[in-house]
Design a protein around this ligand. Structure first.
Ligand code: ADP
Length: 687
């Protein structure tokens, strides 16, 4: 709920549209009731075969006569006179019966109030009908059928106007919801980019994608329900109820009370049905247990001649099950007829009460005043129409709850990811790492992906600026992980990494990453042109610079043979013809263009064939000069680039030195060499 409200708060930015939609919803509700109330004049015209003009005149005459009824006026005058007499003779008739005087005064007051109310109500109604006559009715034709035609036309216009407001309301709400989702998706994506790789590992790419799309869409459905239905439907109900109450609030209250009793009864029945069904399930599992025990232990049952005991046990369980099932059958069979009877009873009761008032021209039911004036069948039927149409909003509202519920669940799911604070902070205010010129230190670095299972164990390594360090070791020994700590894909659990004396953990992250260039084994190319893919290395690079970088990476020669050269899209068919080696050369060009101070090459030559490799080695030799370079490789030829070889095993550094030393001093290195872990070794030896 809390998270759902957070999304709702985002839609506050579009409050003007929301407010207009609420006003439109109110208009829809008013027109909805107005349209239903068209039934009233229709019934008047049809049942009396009378034009509305005649009918209104009749009403005016009736109420004027009642407002000036001589008998009532005389009654009022008499009562007022009696009160005056009582006021003027304070002592007179009170001598014999104590309290008589107060009692009589109270009676007079009550009677007078009743009479005055009756007269003023008649006056008010006469005024209302006169007003109706002068504003609307006098313009209507003076003929029953043509009046009817006018009413139908008015109804059509009413429905059309309601339709316009409905259109405004729905489209405004749709727009607000979609705009909010648009903002929210953007924010979610922004957060997604800021998450650290550990979090990405936990949640997974597909999970993030489904939350950003499906779950966000679900939130949208929930919001649409809330803003659309939850506003409009109760308004419709309210106007219908108000209209019904205007005809007779007492009848309306009675009807609703009867319906509530029916609903509560049904609720009780359905609850006992659920209970009974649960009991059946329990007995079924009991039966199952007895069966299993008997058959599993059949050997023992037979050996101890326990058959009759088992039979009794089973019979008892079976009987229990049978009884409970029969109970469910009884309840189930009773529900349908009960529902029907209750429904008819509720409607029948309401109809009876109304019909009694109409047929007897009465205003009271069991001594309770139900209507101010006797009502006609038109008024009663219109009242019932209002009450019946309340069912529609109720039905629509009932589906709202489940949809909003799933919107809330979706909001919780999305925010569970949204709210994760990345462990690797951007440190925007942290110290800026200056242009790297001194050295990189790994100090007592420990790291584990899963707690208790260390991937790096107390790694210490000092690298001076401009040095080329090759990392070798068996697969899974932690080489990539160690180099992944430099761009802070992860932070070490213990220990520290310093670039030119600035600890990475505290340093401004951008200033670190800007100095890094990375080429990895699995090349990532975006669905864009080759040019854009290389230019990704440096913002604002010119085409000439891109081409120069491509030449340095020996990529230019194959790029120009592509169908559209540098403009070939890597997502196209043409690009799917790119070999792994070609893709890696594009990635290398990207890194060269970046002109980084620190270069990380993670087995990037693995897919490059022998001929290109020769050229790339040359290019690299020139490129690594003056840069601090880390290279993970299985190729001896690449090792030759290195000033120093670092041998890793089981998350530790086990030796460092030159090839000639290591072959003598490091058993791990020798083992790698002997087991031909160096991919190009076989070829070299054969040569
Ligand atoms: P190398 O580069 O030496 O082959 P890695 O650094 O890739 O080794 O991996 C070291 C260990 O960490 C391996 O056991 C690998 O399975 C594990 N590992 C690598 N990446 C992850 C990850 N994202 N989540 C969990 N474990 C990982």
């Amino acid at each position: 709920m809390r998270n759902f409200v957070r999304v709702l708060r985002m839609s506050w930015a579009y409050r003007t549209r929301l407010i207009i939609s609420v006003i439109a919803a109110m208009c829809v509700a008013v027109f909805w009731s107005l349209n239903i109330s068209a039934a009233y004049p229709v019934l008047v015209v049809l049942s009396n075969n009378q034009s509305l003009q005649d009918w209104v005149q009749q009403q005016i005459d009736h109420y004027e006569k009642r407002a000036t009824d001589p008998a009532k006026l005389k009654q009022v005058a008499d009562l007022q006179a009696e009160r005056q007499v009582l006021d003027e003779n304070p002592a007179a008739p009170d001598q014999h019966i104590p309290g008589w005087r107060e009692k009589r005064e109270r009676e007079i007051a009550i009677e007078l109030a009743g009479l005055e109310k009756e007269l003023s109500s008649a006056n008010w109604k006469a005024w209302l009908y006169r007003w109706l006559k002068t504003t609307v009715i006098q313009y209507l034709p003076n003929d029953a059928f043509r009046t009817f035609a006018w009413i139908v036309a008015a109804l059509v216009i009413g429905i059309a106007v309601k339709g316009v407001f409905e259109y405004v309301q729905e489209s405004l709400i749709g727009a607000v919801v979609q705009r909010t989702l648009f903002d929210f998706r953007n924010q979610f994506f922004r957060r997604g980019l800021h998450q650290d790789l550990k979090q990405l590992g936990e949640a997974g790419t597909t999970e993030l994608m489904s939350r950003a799309t499906n779950d966000v869409e679900q939130i949208g459905t929930g919001m649409k329900m809330l803003y659309g239905r939850v506003m409009l439907e109760p308004l419709k109900m309210a106007t219908s109820l108000v209209a019904a109450c205007v005809i007779s609030w007492q009848l309306t209250v009675m009807f609703i009370a009867v319906v509530l009793v029916a609903v509560v009864t049904l609720n009780k029945v359905s609850r006992s049905m659920k209970k009974a069904a649960r009991k059946v399930l329990e007995r079924m599992s009991e039966l199952y247990r007895v069966l299993r025990e008997a058959f599993d232990g059949l050997r023992v049952v037979k050996a101890f001649t326990g058959e009759s005991r088992e039979r009794r046990r089973f019979r008892a369980a079976n009987e229990d099950y049978y009884r409970k099932t029969v109970r469910v059958i009884h309840i189930d069979a009773a529900v349908g007829p009960l529902l029907e009877t209750l429904g008819v009873m509720a409607v029948g009761l309401a109809l009876l009460a109304g019909a009694y008032l109409v047929l007897n021209k009465s205003t009271h039911l069991f001594g309770v005043r139900m209507v101010d004036d006797p009502i006609g069948p038109e008024a009663l039927l219109t009242l019932y129409m209002f009450l019946a149409t309340i069912a529609d909003p109720v039905r629509k509202l009932s589906s709202v709850y489940t949809k909003m519920q799933s919107g809330m669940v979706a909001a919780d799911r999305v925010f569970a990811l949204y709210d994760r604070a990345p462990a690797v902070g951007a440190n925007a205010d942290g110290p800026v790492v200056p242009r790297h010129a001194r050295g990189i230190s790994f100090r007592n670095v420990c790291f584990s992906y899963t707690p208790g299972n260390p991937t790096l164990n107390d790694v210490n390594l000092e690298v001076t600026a401009g040095e080329t360090v090759a990392l070798v070791g068996p697969n899974g020994c932690g080489k990539s992980t160690l180099l992944g700590l430099l761009p802070r894909f992860y932070d070490p659990d213990h220990g520290d990494i310093l670039i030119d004396g600035v600890s990475l953990r505290a340093a401004n992250l951008r200033s670190v990453r800007k100095q890094l260039g990375i080429v990895t084994q699995d090349t990532v190319l975006f669905d864009d042109t080759v040019l854009a893919n290389i230019a990704y290395g440096r913002h604002g690079a010119t085409d000439a610079e891109v081409e120069a970088a491509a030449k340095a990476a020996h990529a230019h020669e194959f790029i120009v043979t592509l169908p559209q050269g540098y403009q070939t899209r890597t997502g196209d068919m043409a690009a799917s013809r790119l070999s792994g080696g070609q893709k890696q050369r594009i990635a290398l060009a990207r890194a060269i263009l970046r002109d980084p101070r620190i270069l990380i090459l993670d087995e990037f030559t693995s897919q490059i064939d022998g001929e290109s490799e020769q050229k790339i080695q040359e290019a690299l030799r020139a490129f690594v000069k003056g840069r601090t370079t880390f290279v993970i490789t299985h190729r001896l030829s690449t090792l030759e680039l290195a000033d120093r070889i670092v041998v890793m095993d089981g998350g530790r550094i086990v030796a460092t030195g030159k090839h000639a030393d290591l072959i003598v001093n490091s058993p791990t290195y020798r083992r790698l060499y002997d087991t031909q872990a160096f991919a190009d070794l076989a070829g070299k030896q054969a040569a």
